[in-house]
Design a protein around this ligand. Structure first.
Ligand code: E4P
Length: 224
């Protein structure tokens, strides 16, 4: 499973990269706004700064909602760096734009997926990734993990090459459930990936090992 970090914060991206397990980055307009990034020039510069940190796969979201504008904006974003993946919403013009960029060999991530039908249509248009939002479905008492299972079954039935990028992943149980289903990618804040490290037996075991090590070394120092 690939791990993408879901943030526009450069320090968090650098920290995730330094961990040595990072495969990509996803951003969205809300995450960019959280960092105070506004205006075309600053947005472009920020995406470039992200690309300079990571090895590949930086999702940059297109704000336009009509086909012609999406194409124009997407071409500018794609020109920033070959690591850019264009992120487009699953609306009619978004699907048409995904087909356009796919035919040009530019990778796309179809976002705001909340149903298997949306995922199927995006895959038919040639999307590199579909992003079903687990947490937001759970928030309205629907099953986010259930949606991943449905999409996985459909994509496997037809051997579709589109990767399932589990988004709105809120905790490590989400992440593990997606991994058990064989989803290709999970994107989340770094804190969620770090939750995978947590186990009380690891903490107490390490504490005991270090205490035993310190005790015997103290004796050696005293005897010398
Ligand atoms: C995915 O690409 C989105 O940026 C993100 O995962 C949305 O997560 P949220 O529902 O926690 O805002």
């Amino acid at each position: 499973m690939k791990f993408f970090v879901d943030t526009a914060n450069l320090e968090e991206i650098q920290a995730a990269y330094n961990l040595g397990v990072l495969d990509g980055v996803t951003t969205n307009p809300s995450l960019m706004a959280k960092e105070g990034i506004a205006g075309e020039e600053n947005v472009m510069a920020h995406y470039k700064a992200i690309c300079d940190i990571v090895d590949d796969k930086v999702s940059a979201e297109i704000i336009s909602t009509t086909y012609d504008e999406m194409i124009e904006e997407g071409e500018k974003l794609a020109a920033i760096d070959p690591k850019i993946v264009l992120k487009l919403p699953v609306i009619k013009d978004g699907i048409k734009a995904i087909r356009y960029f796919t035919d040009k060999g530019i990778r796309t991530n179809c976002t705001l997926i909340f149903s298997a039908g949306q995922a199927l249509l995006a895959a038919k248009a040639g999307a590199t990734y579909v992003s079903p939002f687990l947490g937001r479905l759970d928030d309205i008492s629907m099953s986010g993990v259930g949606l991943i299972e449905e999409i996985k079954t459909i994509f496997d039935n037809y051997d579709l090459g589109t990767e399932i990028l589990c988004a709105s992943v809120r905790h490590s149980t989400h992440l593990l459930d997606c991994a058990k289903l064989g989803a290709d990618v999970a994107t989340s804040p770094l804190s969620v990936f770090l939750q995978l490290l947590k186990h009380p037996l690891t903490d107490s075991g390490l504490e005991k090992f270090l205490a035993d090590h310190a005790k015997v070394n103290e004796q050696v120092v005293q005897e010398a």
